[in-house]
Ligand binder design. Structure first.
Ligand code: PLZ
Length: 442
């Protein structure tokens, strides 16, 4: 594979460098303080798995813009598709003057999502917007109000999705009142609850039955691999049991695959790992190689529940974003990127799993494909979260040219979301910085 930027980390100035500091000064004056940043450096270019800042420093990108540039930063095929599409039209509007790429993309999405039944799709701009609309569709279809979500969930920052998100700080604090009829159920978190999938599902179903009433529930909405909440993989059997319960009770089962979907875990959608067929799937992030695009895809009869005009938006299904998505999906196929996700998983596990025995502070290595994480604790017997160590190690890595993102309800998880084109050499180099830092600070 050819890259524009050398796939190598390189620190050539102080961190942050002078041009970054200049931008920060103007930022402090003109940008709302409500916007945070993990990296103190300002990026000018990205390519493959490298971010290059305004001072010429190069970082290994373990975040992919929170799992967005899964296909690679500035993937050449995606860039070309964007350029070609923009020459044809910068904006077309499906509600006024329809166009083909909207249909092409919806068709493609129905083909790659799990489930051998008639499906339809609808397009939006952001993950939160997809979630909002999945709720609207499920409520219209069932005529019910209640929405069940889970501990540790992240579904967005709009009013409805904020109510669905679990963590108060920073996502909800001071931003209420929140949307009604959202009920939070216990998740399966094997490292902490030590329950089997069946046991955890029984606990969850009991809560729904007793506290909400199955017949009142429009939708159960869950991330099949919980993202912001800590890269938690529910115990085997948990998801299938919830799907069965949903099917038996006329509840729409929604998999929020905004972060876990689109080849990230080594399959098109993470739901496939447990063989579940969600009624609806929300997709975003990795869908369009960086263009703002999201979708709800699912059973045709549910997707058709709303009257025409009830679902949509001015920018939904922008033709440039559609072209990017079609090129991204093609690249996943032709470049065998799902196999690359599994290659990344193999290397990460090989390097990090031995640390669980070696260092008492490394609680667990978990995830699927190229959606992996380590949970850090004070010690393995108490499992007390260790967010301080996460902060130290992540800052240490930044100073050496490696960008890791964190997550977890307790802020004690380091997550790995590399672009799937990250070479094994770069991957091992980035991980070696982490291992060294963990050994030093543990
Ligand atoms: N659903 C599962 O992961 C966005 C922010 C939180 P928007 N995640 C990025 C984090 O992981 O640090 C997200 C998500 C899931 C919905 C959303 C919302 O997507 O595009 O940010 O609206």
């Amino acid at each position: 594979m050819e890259f524009r930027l050398e796939q190598k980390r390189e620190i050539v100035t102080e961190i942050p460098g002078p041009k970054s500091l200049e931008l920060k000064q103007r930022r402090d004056q003109y940008v709302s303080a409500s916007v945070g940043s993990a990296l103190p450096n300002y990026i000018e270019q990205s390519d493959g798995a490298i971010l290059r800042d305004v001072d010429g420093n190069q970082f290994i990108d373990f975040g992919a813009g929170i799992g967005v540039t899964t296909v690679g930063n500035a993937s050449p095929k995606v860039v070309k598709a964007i350029q070609d599409a923009a020459t044809q039209a910068t904006h077309l509007q499906i509600n006024t003057a329809p166009y083909g790429s909207y249909i092409d993309l919806c068709q493609k999405l129905t083909e790659i999502t799990p489930g051998d039944f008639p499906k339809k799709a609808v397009l939006f701009n952001s993950g939160a917007e997809a979630l909002e609309n999945a709720v609207k569709i499920a409520r219209k279809h069932t005529g019910r109000d209640a929405i069940v979500v889970f501990d540790h969930a992240f579904h967005g920052r709009t009013n409805l999705t904020m109510a669905m998100t679990s963590k108060s700080m920073p996502y909800k604090d001071g931003f209420g009142p929140f949307a009604p009829e959202i009920y939070r159920a216990p998740l399966s978190y094997p490292y902490r609850d030590e329950l089997s999938g069946a046991e955890a599902a029984a606990r969850t179903i009991d809560m729904i039955d007793k506290q909400v009433g199955a017949k009142n529930v429009a939708a159960i909405i869950i991330e099949p691999l919980v993202g912001e909440g800590g890269f938690i993989v529910p115990a085997e059997g948990f998801l299938p049991a919830l799907v069965e319960f949903a099917n038996e009770n006329g509840i729409v089962f929604v998999a929020d695959e905004v972060q876990a979907g689109m080849s990230r875990t080594g399959k098109w959608f993470c739901s496939e790992w447990e063989g579940i067929e969600p009624d609806l799937i929300t997709s975003a992030k990795g869908i369009a190689g960086g263009m703002p695009l999201s979708a709800v895809v699912g059973r045709a009869e549910i997707m058709d529940a709303s009257h025409a005009g009830g679902i949509g938006g001015t920018y939904s299904g922008n033709p440039v974003a559609n072209a990017a998505a079609l090129a991204t999906i093609e690249a996943y196929e032709t470049e065998n990127l799902q196999a690359e996700a599994l290659r990344i998983e193999k290397t990460v596990r090989e390097v990090l799993e031995p640390l669980v025995a070696e260092l008492d502070v490394v609680g667990e290595v978990r995830g699927r494909g190229a959606m992996l994480a380590i949970e850090l604790v004070k010690d393995s017997s108490s499992k007390t979260p260790n967010p301080e160590l996460v902060k130290t190690v992540v800052a240490d890595a930044i100073s050496q040219g490696v960008l890791f993102l964190t997550c977890g309800t307790y802020g004690n998880v380091i997550r790995f979301l590399p672009p799937l084109v990250m070479t094994d050499e770069l991957l091992r180099d980035g991980l070696s910085v982490l291992v060294e830092s963990l050994r030093k600070h543990a």
